[in-house]
Ligand binder design. Structure first.
Ligand SMILES: [Zn+2]
Length: 523
């Protein structure tokens, strides 16, 4: 007996010891990938001694709000943003960064500044994310923004390798994938995978997982290419960020200038920003009666929804913005008409600001009423892998229930009749739906009209749809904006269309062009 125990203890000790040794060896192997990457970039001492980095360039972001490149259903038309000027300044020693950019939307849109080039200034100081307005006012951004910006900062070969060299970081799981060697890196606040080219040790890409309202977990990968030496450091001339959703391309950035150890100014968060609480949304929904059985649900959630009361159930038109806002809308619907279940949601179109609450609606058991062309797309959204950033649907998985509308669906009982129609004549969306309540002459619509728009390039859409369906609209009930009599809609529409024409004339007068504007030589 005694001998057996001693023998077992000895075996256990040997086992532990060899396990520990194997682990130490694998950590050393993984760290060796980082050491080699540092050498390839110009040497560990050189890159560790860098104090600042500034890179300037241009690029594009072909992926915006759920409109995208590919021609599969529900993604057209493309919503591409051109980054006409880009600059990232990094204070490496203090973990601070600033991204300034001018971007213009290369698709027809409704805000002049976003068409002609809206300046952007986003910063990060350690854990504090903040935005600086053109007038210099700084405002703290959310915790999620800080996480995202920290990862985007790490998606740079110098920053990633320096972070991995830090003795406090964990580097593990060395493996090979084609011509690349991969390791996993865990720093104080982030986890990412770094791939280096096995042949020369240069970083190839950084991959990480982030949260997304519509998509659940989203995997990004920023690829580095075109390495050139600058002051003894090898830096990539192109950054290509792809995601694991659909066509993949998230952002393409091309560098036209690097400045190492130049002056980047003071990137520290101002004291007032640092002491301010990170904004966390606390939503309040207001339900106002539009007509018997119809409520306008609005508030601080960015977009509205409409509650429709039938004999034995309730329906919503739109589950917009994000999961938390949609949860608040559903709760408000239940408290507004107690005793009737919310059973379905009609969705105007697939853009992310109109489908941010889709996963919540599915989790709540709602049937999704959408145009036929969106069904496969919505099914994909519902099936997304969600582990790192759980939500209501991942905690309580359910298959999506859809009811497809080709051209017209009448929802009707003794209490309410609602006609759901496919949107025609629209260059903002494919596969759109709108709803009409004949008894009260209400048109419920998303993105056919918004009183807040400055310029309107598809202004004919509203009346085209009204005429095509032979509707007699008295009031407009919009997902963006507020309920208005039809005469006010027409007055505002005319003004927005005039503004668009004036913008086109202005742009044309300096020899430029813009989506939505006629070509000067062929109007
Ligand atoms: Zn839209």
């Amino acid at each position: 007996m005694q001998r057996t125990i001693r023998f077992a203890v000895a075996v256990l000790a040997v086992g532990l010891c060899s396990g520990g040794m194997a682990q130490a060896q694998s950590t050393a192997d993984a760290r060796q990938v980082i050491t080699r990457a540092a050498e390839a970039l110009g040497g560990s001492d050189r890159i560790q001694a860098l104090r600042t980095m500034r890179l300037r360039g241009y690029g594009h972001d072909p992926y915006q709000d759920g409109g995208s490149l590919i021609t599969t259903e529900a993604t057209a038309p493309e919503k591409m943003t051109i980054i006409t000027a880009y600059e990232r300044a990094i204070d490496l020693a203090n973990g601070r960064t600033r991204v300034r950019a001018k971007q213009s939307r290369a698709f027809v849109f409704a805000a002049e500044a976003m068409m002609t080039g809206r300046p952007m200034d986003q910063r990060l100081d350690g854990d504090v994310a903040f935005d600086v307005a053109p007038n210099g006012a700084a405002r703290r951004a959310s915790r999620e923004a800080a996480t995202q910006r920290r990862m985007e900062l790490l998606a740079n070969p110098i920053v990633a390798v320096r972070a991995a060299l830090d003795a406090a970081s964990r580097v593990t799981n060395r493996r090979t994938e084609g011509a690349a060697t991969l390791v996993d890196v865990t720093t104080a606040g982030n986890t990412f995978t770094l791939a280096v080219t096995t042949a020369n040790g240069l970083p190839l890409w950084v991959r990480w997982v982030g949260p997304h309202e519509n998509l659940g977990d989203i995997t990004y990968r920023t690829e580095f290419s075109g390495y050139e030496p600058v002051d003894g450091v090898w830096v990539p001339m192109s950054f290509n960020t792809v995601s694991d959703w659909r066509d993949n391309v998230q952002q393409r950035l091309h560098v036209d200038r690097y400045v190492l150890d130049g002056d980047v100014g003071d990137l520290a968060a101002p004291a007032a920003v640092r002491s301010a609480a990170a904004p966390a949304p606390a939503y309040t929904v207001d339900a106002s009666v539009v007509a018997p059985g119809v409520w306008f649900l609005s508030g601080n959630g960015g977009a509205n929804s409409v509650l429709l009361e039938f004999e034995d159930h309730l329906s919503l038109f739109e589950v917009p913005t994000n999961r938390a806002w949609t949860a608040a809308l559903i709760a408000k619907a239940r408290s507004t008409v107690p005793g009737k279940p919310v059973t379905e949601a009609i969705i105007s179109h697939h853009h992310f600001d109109h489908t941010g609450g889709l996963r919540t609606a599915i989790a709540e058991g709602l049937t999704i009423i959408t145009q036929t062309g969106n069904v496969a797309w919505f099914e994909d959204l519902a099936r997304r892998r969600v582990e790192a950033f759980p939500d209501a649907l991942s905690r309580n998985p359910k298959p999506i229930k859809t009811r497809a509308v080709d051209d017209h669906l009448r929802l009707s009982d003794s209490k309410l009749t609602v006609d759901v129609y496919r949107v025609v004549s629209n260059n903002h969306m494919a596969h759109g739906l709108m709803a009409y309540v004949p008894e009260h002459r209400l048109l419920i619509q998303g993105d056919l009209f918004d009183v807040g728009w400055e310029v309107y390039f598809w202004g004919n859409t509203y009346d085209d749809n009204v005429a095509y369906r032979k509707l007699d609209v008295e009031r407009d009930v919009p997902i963006h904006g507020r309920v208005l009599p039809i005469a006010e809609v027409h007055a505002k529409l005319a003004e927005q269309t005039r503004n668009a024409e004036q913008l086109c004339a202005k742009v044309d007068s300096v020899g430029l062009s813009m989506p939505g504007c006629p070509l000067a030589w062929n109007d």
